[in-house]
Design a protein around this ligand. Structure first.
Ligand SMILES: [Mg+2]
Length: 275
């Protein structure tokens, strides 16, 4: 039996949201059951705050959220269970940040040497129309995705040697660029795993009287590896489009049989909601 208190940390796309339809209805009853026993479900995603707010509301989640791949934690001021984070009054949230703001990373790109300039297009340069073309998002979704507060995604046009030189330039200036499917994300040294551990520690001290928190992380992709490696329980939610991410850790790894929210619900039911 898993030891309480437990916090669930979940990726969105392909994990709690269906890869194709973005539906989460197969997980609805499990979300309700977790709410009933007071187990927090913390969304831990590469999405921006603007994108996550609506999704969290639909899921009736009103606790903390980790955005932009571990760049920051936002806590609604209406959450009465968890004391406010360091920075207060950020549009109805308190906030803990783990990296420099968007302006820093974006100026790193505009100030990059001449030779690199033709080789990439940043999110800012793409604009809403460009983002829509690249991602298939609607105008509203694209504008929410564009409202980045921390890292800046770029489309890379150059070859691999040029890319290595560009990434070296970024790393020398404190960036830890991550290569995603469509974009390279230029941001500081932060991760879903570091933000998760920070929040577990915060809950232990501030909410659970110094009782150790048991963390369960659920994800389907490579950017989930940092949280899957360090969680007490790692749940690899099956993806319809790629193999489960490779983990180095030993033990407490669950790989779901079903994809997306159905797999999500199945894993959590077997871990914390037996019978
Ligand atoms: Mg995912």
């Amino acid at each position: 039996m898993i030891s309480m208190p437990v916090i669930v940390f979940s990726d969105l796309d392909g994990t709690l949201l269906d890869h194709y339809s973005y539906d989460f209805s197969p997980a609805k009853s499990t979300l309700a059951a977790l709410r009933a026993i007071n187990v927090p479900v913390v969304l831990n995603t590469s999405k921006t705050l603007a994108e996550v707010i609506d999704i969290a509301a639909e899921m009736q989640l009103n606790g903390p959220m980790i955005v932009e791949n571990g760049a920051a934690i936002y806590l609604p001021e209406s959450d009465s269970q968890v004391p406010p984070l360091a920075e207060s009054d950020v549009r109805g949230f308190s906030r803990q940040t783990f990296t420099k703001p968007h302006a820093y990373w974006s100026s790193l790109l505009t100030e990059a040497p001449e030779e690199f300039q033709p080789l990439f297009t940043s999110f800012t340069e793409l604009g809403i129309e460009g983002i829509k073309q690249r991602t298939g998002l609607s105008t509203e979704q694209a504008s929410k995705a564009a409202s980045r507060e921390f890292g800046e995604p770029v489309v890379w046009h150059g070859n691999d040697t040029q890319k290595q030189a560009f990434m070296a330039y970024l790393r020398e200036r404190g960036a830890a660029p991550i290569e995603g499917g469509r974009f390279m994300h230029v941001c500081g040294e932060c991760s879903k795993g570091d933000a998760m551990l920070w929040l577990c520690d915060y809950y232990a001290k501030q909410v659970y009287n110094n009782n150790k928190v048991t963390s369960i992380a659920l994800g389907d992709g490579n950017n989930d590896v940092p949280m899957l490696e360090v969680a007490d329980y790692a749940v690899r939610v099956k993806s319809p489009v790629h193999a489960p991410p490779t983990l180095q850790r030993d033990g407490n790894i669950i790989t779901t049989e079903q994809a997306g929210p159905a797999g999500w619900a199945q894993a959590l039911t077997s871990l914390i909601l037996p019978n």
